[in-house]
Write a protein that binds this ligand. Structure first.
Ligand code: MLT
Ligand code: ZN
Length: 484
C-alpha cells in the first residue's frame, strides 16, 4: 500500500483544526523531536501535530487515513530503539501526545488513575503519592517518559521483579484506531471477558495499531517502609544466590534487584556530577536492592541487615551498605539510574536489551562476554540491568584504541548478531523491555520464528490495512516486500 505525502490542503485543514499551539511546520519547532534519544537516528516530518484532546486525535487520524498519510506517534521521545522517530522521507505527520497531560481521575478507593497519554511518569508518581498510593513502575527516564509511550512499549524498568511490566498495571485503555474510530476501553473493570483483550494488544504495539490517548492504571498502596542497599560482590552467580536468600527471608518484599559491573559504576562516577562511590573498595560486580513493607510489616531494613550480614560472613558477598535515610537511598538509586546516561556521554556502543531465563543469566553473562571478546578482540562488554528479571543491557563498546563510529560501522551488526544468537540459543529474547522500533527491526526479522512474524503481520494488516500507523517500526515487512 503506497503512502502519500500530505498536500497543502490537508496541512491547511490540520492547521485549522489544531490551532497555532497544535500545528507547526517550522523546522526549528520540529527539530528537537526528529532525532532519537540516543542521537543515532534522524528523521524528517511534514508537520508536527500536538492535539490537546482525544477528539482532535480522532480528527487527525480520519484526515490522515483519507489521504493515506503516515502518522508517527510520539510521547517523551525517550525510546531506546528509535520507535518514535519518523523516517527520512519527510512525508509523515509527527503526532506528539505531550499536550494531553491531564490525570482525568485518580481514586484512592479504587486504586486506579486514568491518565492521558502525555502525562509524564514522574507526575503520575507525585499524583499517586498525594493520595497515599503509588504507581510502581519506574525507570531512568521517568522525568520525560509519558504514559502513552510506556504503554506502547510495554515498558519495564526497575520494579518489574515485583509488579511486572506496564501491561500488568494496565486496567483499561482509550485508543484511536487507524481508521479514526475511537476504542473506548478505559473503564477499569477487574473482570471483562468479552473476547480478545484489545487493551493488551496496544501494550507493546509501538503505535503500529493506533494511538493510545489514555490509560487506566493500577495503583498500589504506598510502601510505608523501604530500605535500599548497595552490595559489592564477585560474580553474577553470587548475586543470584543472594537474591534467592533475600526472597526466602523476606517473602515478596524485594522490589528491585539491579546489577552493575565495576566499569559501569566507574563511568557513572566519571560522567555524572554529584555522585560518589558507595563502597570503599572496588568490586567486580555491584547490586542495588530495594525492599519495602507495609505499615506494621517486617522492617525491610532489619531483614536486609540480617541477610546481608550473614552473606558477608559466609563469603557470598564482599561488602554492603544500607542507606541511612531517603537522601542516601536516592543517591544509591542515582548511581544505577544514571548508567544509561553515563554510557551515552562516554560514547556510542552496540546496545542490546536481552533476556534469558533468570537462572541462566549468570552463565549467559560469562559465556557471551567470552565469545564477544574472542570474536572482536579489544571490544569492551558492559552489561548491566535487571538481573532479577533475567534482563540485562549487554552493551559492547569499541576497543579503546578504535575510532568508535568507524569500528561500529564495521563490526556493530556482527556484534549484535552474535549477542542475539547467544540469547536466542538460551531460550531468550532480543528485546526484553525496549521494544523493536527501528533499530532492532532487522534482527527481529532474522531471529523470530515464522509463526510469530506471520501472526504479527496478520494483526497489523487487519487493524491497519493502509499501513499508516508508525510505518517501518516493529512489524517486519512480509518476505515479498523486503527491501522495498
Ligand atoms: C536501564 O535499565 O537503565 C534502561 O533500560 C536504559 C538502558 O538500557 O540504557
Ligand atoms: Zn533497563
Amino acid at each position: 500500500m503506497t503512502l502519500l505525502a500530505p498536500d497543502d490542503a490537508l496541512l491547511a485543514r490540520l492547521a485549522e483544526r489544531l490551532g497555532p499551539r497544535g500545528f507547526t511546520t517550522d523546522p526549528a519547532d520540529m527539530e528537537p523531536w526528529l532525532t532519537d534519544w540516543r542521537g543515532r537516528v534522524h528523521g524528517k516530518a511534514a508537520a508536527l501535530l500536538s492535539p490537546a484532546s482525544t477528539a482532535q486525535v480522532v480528527d487527525i487520524v480520519r484526515m490522515a487515513a483519507d489521504a493515506r498519510v503516515a502518522i508517527v506517534p510520539q510521547g517523551g521521545n525517550s525510546s531506546m530503539v528509535a520507535g518514535a522517530t519518523p523516517s527520512a522521507s519527510g512525508t509523515a505527520l509527527l503526532l506528539s501526545l505531550r499536550r494531553m497531560r491531564a490525570i482525568r481521575s485518580i481514586s484512592e478507593q479504587d486504586g486506579v488513575a486514568v491518565a492521558e497519554a502525555g502525562v509524564v511518569l514522574s507526575d503520575l508518581h507525585d499524583a499517586a503519592a498525594a493520595i497515599g498510593r503509588r504507581f510502581p513502575l519506574s525507570l531512568g527516564a521517568k522525568g520525560t517518559a509519558t504514559i502513552g509511550g510506556l504503554v506502547s512499549t510495554n515498558a519495564g524498568g526497575v520494579q518489574v521483579l515485583r509488579f511486572g511490566t506496564m501491561r500488568s498495571l494496565l486496567l483499561g485503555i482509550e485508543a484511536v484506531l487507524p481508521d479514526g474510530a475511537l476504542f473506548d476501553g478505559i473503564s477499569a473493570l477487574r473482570k471483562d471477558n468479552r473476547g480478545y483483550d484489545l487493551r493488551q494488544l496496544f501494550a507493546g504495539a509501538e503505535g503500529t495499531l493506533g494511538i493510545v490517548t489514555a490509560a487506566s492504571l493500577r495503583l498500589y498502596p504506598a510502601a510505608a517502609q523501604r530500605a535500599v542497599a548497595w552490595i559489592g560482590l564477585a560474580t553474577p552467580h553470587d548475586a543470584l544466590a543472594l537474591l534467592r536468600r533475600l526472597e526466602r527471608a523476606t517473602g515478596d518484599a524485594i522490589e528491585s534487584f539491579e546489577i552493575v559491573p565495576d566499569d559501569g559504576l566507574a563511568l557513572v562516577l566519571r560522567h555524572i556530577p554529584g555522585v560518589r562511590a558507595p563502597l570503599g573498595q572496588p568490586h567486580a560486580w555491584h547490586v542495588l536492592v530495594e525492599a519495602t513493607a507495609p505499615e506494621g510489616g517486617l522492617d525491610p531494613r532489619d531483614a536486609l541487615e540480617r541477610v546481608l550480614g550473614d552473606a558477608i560472613e559466609s563469603g557470598l558477598i564482599e561488602d554492603a551498605t544500607i542507606a541511612a535515610g531517603e537522601g542516601q537511598a536516592e543517591a544509591l538509586w542515582k548511581l544505577r539510574e544514571s548508567m544509561s546516561e553515563a554510557e551515552r556521554i562516554d560514547g556510542i556502543a552496540a546496545k542490546h536489551d536481552v533476556s534469558v531465563p533468570v537462572s541462566l543469566m549468570p552463565d549467559f553473562l560469562r559465556s557471551a562476554r567470552d565469545e564477544v571478546e574472542e570474536a572482536f578482540p579489544g571490544a569492551r562488554v558492559l552489561a548491566f540491568g535487571h538481573l532479577g528479571d533475567g534482563n540485562v543491557h549487554f552493551n559492547v563498546r569499541p576497543p579503546l584504541a578504535a575510532e568508535n563510529a568507524a569500528w561500529l560501522a564495521e563490526h556493530g551488526a556482527a556484534v549484535s548478531m552474535l549477542v542475539h544468537d547467544l540469547a536466542t540459543a538460551s531460550g531468550g529474547s532480543i528485546s526484553a523491555e525496549h521494544g523493536i522500533g527501528q533499530t532492532k527491526l532487522a534482527e527481529f526479522a532474522r531471529t523470530a520464528d515464522p509463526a510469530r512474524l506471520a501472526a504479527l503481520r496478520a494483526i497489523k494488516a487487519a487493524l491497519d490495512p493502509l499501513g499508516i500507523m508508525n510505518p517501518g517500526k516493529l512489524v517486519p515487512l512480509a518476505p515479498d516486500a523486503q527491501g522495498q
